[in-house]
Ligand binder design. Sequence first.
Ligand SMILES: [Zn+2]
Length: 437
Amino acid sequence: MKLRLLILAAIILMNSTIFAQSAKELASEWENGRVSKLFPSDVRHADLKKYLEQLKKIGLKVGEVGKSFGGREIYQVEFGTGATRVFMWSQMHGDEPTATSALVDMFAYLQKNRDKKWVKEIEKTLTIRAVPMLNPDGAELFQRFNLQNIDINRDARMLTTPEGQLLKKLRDEWSPEIGFNLHNQNSLTTVGRTNKQATISFLAVLGNSEGKSSEGFERNKRLISVMKLALDDFIKGNIGRYDDTFNPRAFGDMFSNWGTPVILIETGALHGKDEMFLTKLNFIAILSALKALVDKSEKTANPKIYDNLPFNSSDRIFNIIFRRANIINFKEQSEPFTADVGVNKERRRTQISAPTYVREIGDLAAQSGLEEFDTREFYLVLRTGQLRIGLSSEFLFYKKERKIDWTIKDLDENFPPDAVFKDGKWTKGANLFIKKQ
Ligand SMILES: [Zn+2]
């Protein structure tokens, strides 16, 4: 037994030298060779088709496998001829685009690097199939739902959507041994009890409510440990674990239940980094997992690394916090009061300036903002005259020493504000505030 372990360890060590490829190398190869050039949130169905044309040109198998409710083609890409079947799908939620671009880059990379030992091994031992952009109608509208306004990821049981039916069919006909379910989570998701953004969250999906484990589930935990270590080079401390409550309407859960143990990857955000950075992280994570499968390093990976990932948390951070603002609700002629104001942005394509809305008012000392402004020397009034949760409006700021008649009609004409904040940006007076970050 001991000898066998030693031999296994020796083989793995040998393999890891032959197959040496660090996460940092993958990152620079992605930077130099990527196919995806647009921000993922700008990739429409027509853009995906252009990407797929490029994949076809370099020799990858790309086929139409079905149509969306709106009649848009849904494609599957394939690489490798091996016995182990790996299936991936992205963007079943139309406004969750990061992994679609990452999959395109992954296939291009594999095809172009077939002379590398570890890629050769992938080609020989795995067959990888992926459906990038399962929900092209939702992607076009940048909305979560399909064109029937159904959440495809709540349709695993009823199968009312053509996209859900297709996903089920692709699994049932092929019975893959591993599934990758690729999503985006709220950019304000945080890691455990920290106020750090969860840039990537993982989940090994159990697929039953009784907590019954399986070999594939244990393997997936080890694969996530491998991916976590690879990403530590880039986002250490910003990696979380997704909620593991079993949901019989969700495809990730049901794939696992039907015999294809699934790894869920949820991409969040990292303040100051753009969407391409997130694409790169997806690319590195997925390729690191595939490599670990074929060089067998997965077998000795420590599942505790996965177990120790802190669960996701929420409501700990805001896009913006105005600290200690002196609030005037002039419409109610109320007395000014002091409070922190937490403001969030709605989800939009990156290029569009997203509307902001008031999320919380009061003591936010324990929470933090991706951007914070010290507003204690200012009155804060909303153009509407009432600061209310959920309201999307313009924030007007007046220096406290000014004498303002708050009851006057056309307030900002008679008393022009010193600063104005709208749609997540200062449109006036930005220089009056010291930015915390
Ligand atoms: Zn999603």
